[in-house]
Design a protein around this ligand. Sequence first.
Ligand code: DX5
Ligand code: ZN
Length: 225
Amino acid sequence: MNEARVLISPSILAADFTRLGEAIALVEDAGADMIHIDVMDGHFVPNLTLGPVIVKAVRSVTSLPIDAHLMVTDPEQYASVFFDAGADYIVFHSEASSDPGALIDTIHGLGGKAGLAVNPPNPAEQLESFISGIDLALVMTVNPGFAGQSFIGDVMPKLRTVAGWKRDRGLEFLIEVDGGVGPSNAGTVVENGGEVLVAASAIFGADDPAAALREIRSAGERALV
Ligand code: DX5
Ligand code: ZN
């Protein structure tokens, strides 16, 4: 069984893209565990953001695991592109895929780790039939599309459900929480079962991003005991 821990995955969506390398080095030095890259296609979500060239650029400056959060229609078209660009975790939304089970197998076949995301209005059950085959479950606490939105606390019961499946079934997948996460709610997220805390604005929008990252981690860790 995994030991309880708090992992921090800064989302570069709120970073200064004219100084992306410095932003990555800063969070890496501050103890980031992963780097979260938000891929939006203007179709599955109403915004266009980052593509494989950014993943490749980030890969070239860090050895941290990269989690590529694909908010795209037809993720099967792009999984190998993002894996080849250097992503370790390929995370997709099952409602965007025609055959999520097959895509999980494809990602594993490439040598990657597969993640499934669930949006705030959707039930935990959307993940359930795939839960023993995934490496990461991403519980969204905003409706995906933009950084800087408010955390939706109503998602906490769903997070507890997913954490309960992990515990009761002895599974190893990581539980990631994404959207509006910061020092004020990191404790709540961890209390309810969150293990990987994604944050864009709360880190890169802070005057001192390294201090903000450490604050999120300590707030989460205080909730572990
Ligand atoms: C939302 C993205 C998030 C977002 C988080 O659509 O999936 O990863 O960048 O941004 P904050 O932390 O600012 O809510
Ligand atoms: Zn994300």
